[in-house]
Design a protein around this ligand. Sequence first.
Ligand code: COA
Length: 150
Amino acid sequence: MTADLSIRMARLADLDAVEAIEWSVFDSDQLARASLRRYMSVPSAAMIVAQEGAEITGYALVGFRKGSKIGRLYSIAVDKARAGRGVGRALLEASESAATSRHCTSFALEVRADNPRAIALYEKNGYAMLGREDEWYEDGGAALRFEKKL
Ligand SMILES: CC(C)(COP(=O)(O)OP(=O)(O)OC[C@H]1O[C@@H](n2cnc3c(N)ncnc32)[C@H](O)[C@@H]1OP(=O)(O)O)[C@@H](O)C(=O)NCCC(=O)NCCS
């Protein structure tokens, strides 16, 4: 990771970069531009970006539900050319901090069962696998559910 990595809340000006990462990184279940834009402004979500120099190199999206103490990682993605340098981990930690600051006591996520890289990221950061959901994704792929106590 470069020394000038900064992790901050997304601004509307980041929308193009976040959308580009979303559509270059995921093959299915991409979030539409309008959804990404909405998540940047609603109180039930926190959109976090990684910025290195002038470039947005990744983003994470956290969701909150009224009356629930469980924060949810809706999405996390790092630009392919910038993967494997600690940006994902930094975004995950910032997502957990966002949940803690909203008084969440645990943090939950689903990940494709065929995504060993993301699964490794979660396991190394203290997440426990709670179960499996078959046919969770648009293409019929299975999801694994992970959770971590904050
Ligand atoms: C998953 C993802 C967010 C990780 O971001 P990243 O910046 O590459 O991750 P980091 O560099 O912080 O690495 C964190 C851990 O990921 C794993 N990892 C990173 N690069 C890896 C590689 N080339 N091969 C296997 N595992 C790898 C390792 O466990 C690593 O921990 P370590 O560095 O202590 O060994 C990123 O690869 C990505 O955007 N993938 C596509 C989108 C996606 O799958 N999102 C998750 C949806 S649930």
